[in-house]
Design a protein around this ligand. Structure first.
Ligand SMILES: *Cc1c(COP(=O)(O)O)cnc(C)c1O
Length: 365
């Protein structure tokens, strides 16, 4: 890239997304584009939709894929479910809950936030409290980030489902699994998530460019009655058997070829095995950070050990220590790229991604 000297050997990418793309996926994408009516495209699309349903563990939800990143899939959930002037509740997880909140506000929604305590996952009691106080049921949906990739924390979705149920509030349960799908166990039907939002470039080991949502019948009905203006993202318009309608135009053909193969790799390894591998790699990184912490120059950002994610570990530097020079040396001299801090954590933390196409030897690097 900008440095003229090539450094031999493998470059390690330990960002929590985009993640490494397996060779099988790379090869699957090197096809010439097809004619829009080419009959080979439909089986690839169906295979991606069915594979995503299987991975999300849902039987009946509709899957809609977009030529978009995670922010696009967020927007799809917002504009289909919530009309301008209506309210959503977004529990604080850090940079990603805040970004989804800002996007919702930009689209005219009112957002109620529960406070984010640095180092902690979502407080289910705080969510229940807000819902209980909403006696007129003005909150249309609760938008939950499962794993916040900035704070490196995973919130307990079962506890959130139970908290919503306990209030009797009809708000939809909408879950962002962008950073957790394909790394941590998740079952859409079991936790009765009404909408799930994901993207291709993290646990799914594909390049960025495919965002997707899975939508249950309750959320489809809400969307059907929502007259907020929308076109590209509209689920009603996309519910079709024709590829050109499914994608509201040309499908991202090569990315779908890659996604089909990536999903196949996950199922071939076995879901339980994929989750166990992520657990093992996360435990190894956590053991290393625990060891490094002894000197006092750094510590885990996450204060609750059970909530530290299997996808990414956020490491907080001691006061006055800038993580950026360390990141530069790691990347330029040792070919190991780790991620920096986002939003309010910029300059205070670095992050080690350990999700996707990764094995123990790579983690040792
Ligand atoms: C990466 C990420 C997003 C945003 O995805 P983009 O593809 O960068 O738009 C949303 N939510 C979570 C949890 C993420 O990790």
């Amino acid at each position: 890239m900008n440095s003229s000297k090539r450094i031999p050997g493998h470059r390690f990418l330990h960002a929590p997304g985009p993640t490494r793309v397996p060779d099988e996926v790379m090869h699957a994408m090197s096809f010439q584009p097809m004619d829009l009516a080419d009959p080979r495209m439909m089986p690839i699309i169906m295979s991606c939709e069915n594979g995503l349903k299987r991975l999300l563990q849902t039987r009946d939800a509709d899957v809609f894929m977009y030529a978009a990143n995670g922010h696009g899939a967020w927007e799809a959930a917002i504009v289909n479910l919530v009309a301008p002037g209506q309210t959503v509740l977004i529990p604080g997880t850090g940079h990603f809950s805040e970004s989804w909140a800002v996007e919702s506000e930009a689209l005219g929604c009112k957002v109620i936030r529960t406070p984010w305590s640095e180092g902690y996952p979502i407080d289910a009691n705080a969510v229940a409290e807000v819902l209980r106080a909403d006696t007129r049921h003005e909150i249309v949906a609760v938008f939950v980030v499962h794993t916040d990739t900035a704070s490196g924390l995973t919130s307990d979705l079962r506890a959130l489902r139970a908290a919503i149920d306990a209030t009797g509030h009809p708000a939809l349960f909408v879950v962002d699994v962008v950073a957790s799908l394909g790394a941590a166990p998740f079952a859409m039907d079991e936790i009765r998530a009404n909408v799930v939002v994901g993207a291709s470039q993290k646990g799914l080991m594909c390049p960025p460019g495919v965002g997707f949502v899975a939508v249950d019948s309750i959320a489809m009905a809400i969307a059907g009655g929502n007259h907020a203006p929308r076109y590209y993202w509209d689920w009603g318009r996309r519910k079709s058997d024709l590829p050109y309608r499914k994608f509201c135009g040309t499908a991202p053909q090569n990315l779908l070829m890659g996604l089909e193969v990536a999903l196949g790799l996950i199922f071939h390894e076995g879901l339980e095995q994929v989750f166990a591998r992520h657990r093992l790699l996360a435990d190894a990184v956590h053991a290393a950070v625990a060891g490094w912490s002894e000197g006092g120059a750094l510590q885990f950002f996450g204060r609750v050990p059970e909530a530290r994610s299997v996808s990414v570990t956020t490491v907080q530097m001691g006061p006055g220590i800038d993580p950026e020079p360390m990141r530069t040396i790691a990347r330029e001299r040792f070919q190991v790229a780790v991620a920096g801090g986002l939003g309010p954590l910029a300059g205070r933390v670095f992050r080690i991604g350990h999700l996707g196409d990764m094995n123990p030897a790579m983690i040792l690097g």
